[in-house]
Each structure stands twice: as C-alpha cells, then as structure tokens.
Design a protein around this ligand. Structure first.
Ligand code: NAD
Length: 408
C-alpha cells in the first residue's frame, strides 16, 4: 500500500506550488513533521492469564489553533505513517472547519475483533495510562475513529479522570450521551457530509435526486446510506470489506440495516446483485462516497470511475495520482479535510459543552453544524476559483492561511 504520509506531503507540496508566498512556504516547512510523535508499548493481561504487548501511538501534529484533536484508530494495519498522515489532515481539517483546535491522531495496531470485551477495556485503559501526561482538555483531546466506539471513549475518559483528577469530562469526545457525550456525535460525520453535498449540489450541476454509491458500511458509511436514502436519493450500491451489493432501482437502507444486523453481512440482501469493491467504484452514478480507508481510489482505477462527483467521507481515500487523473477528467472531488469535518466539529461542540457543563439538543447541534459546513464550503470554493485549482487545493490553501494567520 502507498504510504499515506508521503501522500499527505505530496498534497502539501502541491499547495505550496499553487500559493507561492514565502509565508506559506515557511509554514509548509514547519508542517513537514509533527511537533510530537509518540510510540508506546501497552502490556495487557489476556483472559488466559498471559501478558501480550500491543504497539500504540499518539501523534501531536500542530497546535497553533488550539489543543490537539483527533481520533484513535484500532486496526491491524495501523502504523506510525498512517497515524502521522491522519494527524496532519486533522490539523488542516480543524483549520478549514474554523474551530479552535489543532491536529492529532492516535492508534493501536490490533484486530479488536480478536479480543474479548475485558481485553479491549484493559487495552484501552492501558493506552490512556501510557499517554496521560500528554493528554488533557487543554492539551490534547482524543476522539473515536475506525473501530473505537462510544463505550471505548467512556473507558478512556474514566481512566483519565482517575489518573488526573480532572472531572470536566472534556478529556475525550465521542462518549455515550449519558456519560458526557454530545447529541448527534455518532451520525455527525455523515450528517456534515450531507450538508456539504447539499451546499455544493447546484454548483456541481447534480440533479435534485441523485444516484449514490457508498464504499464502506461502518459508522460513517451506514449512516450516510440512511441519511441520503431518507432524503429521497437512490442509494444503488454499498460495500464493506467483504464486497458489495447493487440494485439499480435503489436499496431499501432501513431493511438493509436490519438484514446486516441479523446476518452480519450485506450479502444475499433480497433483489440485490453481488459486486466486488472494484466494480462498485466503477459504477455509473451521480455521487460516489468513499467511506472506508486510504488509497481506495488510486492510479489503477481512477480512469474507470464513472461518478459525476466524489464526496470523501473517509480520510485520504484518493491517492495524489488519482487526484490528478480525476481533475483532468473533470470529476470534482469534495475533499476529506472538509467533507468529513462534521465529526470533529461535533466533537468540538462536545468538548465545549463539557467545559461549560451544558447540554445542547440535537436540533441545536445540527443547526450550528450546517451553518459551519456551509460557511467553509463558500470559502473553499472561493479559494479554488481564485487559484483555478481543485477543491482539495482550495481547502488546503484556506487551512494553511488560517494557521499562518495564528502564527503571526
Ligand atoms: P468503521 O470501522 O466503522 O467502518 C469502516 C468500513 O469500511 C467497514 O464497513 C469495513 O468493512 C469497510 N471496509 C474496509 N475495507 C474496505 C474495502 N476495501 N472496501 C470497502 N469497504 C471496506 O470506520 P468509520 O468510523 O466508519 O470510518 C471510516 C472512514 O471515515 C475512515 O477513513 C475514518 O478515518 C473516516 N472518518 C471517521 C470519522 C468518525 O467519526 N468515525 C470521522 C471522520 C472521518
């Protein structure tokens, strides 16, 4: 697999070539490495009594705009370059969103499905114990990412409170709502993406009712499928790591969610055809939403994409080579550092509510989220038009200028 950190740096190089000012060039030099990159060993007592050591990470990329903020990923392929790339993108994402947070990311190399609930809890608490000195509501506020649930966030927040005595609940976001979590956090990434899509729909000449293809059916992808389906769009294909299903007449997402809950898989959903992930990416549709992992759209398949527009809810799903190909082919890509910022925006709301001991309604949360996404949409479009460049580069330039402004 391509190294995601190299991809991130290639994107940065490109942004600096477009905006040739010395200020941005100097800032880019600073952003070529994280401020802090921590690797830890986490000893965990397994249920059979043996001790197993897991490798964990926290990358604190840049805090010019505020405390480091970013999710924790549990995955067997998670490694330091991936975490660094994700932390870099978080830095830009917070800047694009206009929230007072810097960028960070964490992870553990682990297949969580292989652990019992007790082992998972001990591992999660171990991650916090190893890093508690560098965390706090005013230093670094982690959140969920792939395979980290509200329950895991609650264990982590509890462990941190025990060690530090901090009882604000603002140390971690993405907690369950009865343990200091915010309304709407679970669906916020997909919901924010939907507001972003609506903000750009006319500009990109998309029809009022679109055909939609979604890669990845986890937290982000399955909520996206429900949201687009409920809004009357036709979700014609979805997939997970085991492959996809397709129905040109549109999938009934409520029934599909029940089917997946019952059978544990997407396969054999009535009236649907089985397709591979590569076939799914090449389907003709108005909107393609990658919601799985990095580099899924790459130089091998970018030529085959037939979607009119791509909305990146995953982080880093399009490699830099694929980006060039899509730009030349006139397929707009609504970039990850803006399109999936709903998650971090509502995480920021959670942190703010915790510090003020408040609790906002879901209606308030989504109203504020929509306004923020619409505002950044306008500015990204302006920046990309100004420099006659892609929306991704527009978002990069907007983010870099905002960070630079703060560093003056
Ligand atoms: P998740 O683990 O809940 O879901 C991932 C999904 O992708 C699963 O359905 C998995 O089966 C599927 N998948 C894995 N490999 C695949 C492949 N090759 N083809 C198709 N599907 C595949 O994770 P998530 O939280 O939904 O995150 C998905 C993406 O969204 C990640 O890039 C993550 O960083 C990004 N993201 C998540 C959040 C959040 O709040 N959870 C916020 C912003 C961005």
């Amino acid at each position: 697999m391509q190294n995601p950190f190299q991809n991130a740096m290639a994107q940065l190089d490109k942004a600096v070539k477009i905006n040739k000012t010395k200020k941005l060039h100097d800032l880019a030099e600073r952003l070529r490495q994280p401020e802090r990159d921590i690797r830890i060993s986490i000893p965990v007592q397994m249920d059979n009594g043996a001790i197993k050591i897991f490798e964990g990470y926290r990358v604190q990329y840049n805090n010019a705009l505020g405390p480091y903020k970013g999710g924790i990923r549990y995955h067997p392929l998670t490694e330091i370059n991936e975490v660094k790339a994700l932390a870099f993108w978080m830095t830009l994402k917070c800047a694009v969103a206009g929230i007072p947070m810097g960028g960070g990311k964490g992870g553990i190399t682990v297949e969580p499905k292989d652990l019992s609930k007790g082992e998972l809890e001990r591992l999660s608490r171990g991650w916090v114990r190893a890093l508690s000195d560098v965390l706090s509501p005013h230093k670094d506020v982690p959140a969920p990412d792939v395979n980290t649930t509200p329950e895991i966030m609650a264990w982590m927040a509890d462990e941190y409170a025990k060690i530090s005595g901090d009882n604000t609940e603002a140390s971690f976001t993405g907690k369950p709502t009865d343990q200091g979590g915010s309304e709407g956090r679970n669906t916020s990434t997909a919901q924010g993406g939907f507001y972003g899509f609506e903000a750009f729909r006319k500009e990109l000449n998309l029809p009022e009712k679109c055909t939609v293809v979604i890669q990845g059916f986890g937290n982000v992808g399955s909520h996206a499928a429900s949201i687009w389906h409920k809004a009357g769009h036709k979700v014609i294909a979805v997939s997970d790591s085991r492959g996809g299903i397709y129905d040109e007449n549109g999938l009934n997402i409520e029934k599909l969610l029940e089917h997946k809950k019952k059978t544990g898989a997407l396969a054999n959903f009535p009236d649907s055809k089985k397709i591979t992930n590569q076939e799914l990416l090449a389907l003709k549709c108005d909107l393609l939403i990658p919601s799985a992992f990095e580099n899924e759209i790459n130089k091998e398949n970018a030529d085959k994409i037939k979607a009119k527009v791509i909305l990146e809810l995953a982080n880093g799903p399009t490699s830099p080579e694929a980006d060039e190909i899509l730009f030349k082919r006139g397929i707009p890509v609504l970039p990850d550092i803006w399109a999936n910022s709903g998650g971090v925006i509502v995480s920021y709301f959670e942190w703010d509510q915790n510090l003020k001991r408040g609790h906002w309604t879901e209606e308030e949360i989504f109203k504020k989220l929509k306004l923020m996404i619409e505002d950044s949409a306008k500015q990204i479009l302006e920046k990309s038009k100004e420099s006659n460049t892609s929306l991704r580069m527009g978002a990069f330039i907007l983010a870099l200028e905002r960070i630079q402004e703060k560093l003056k």
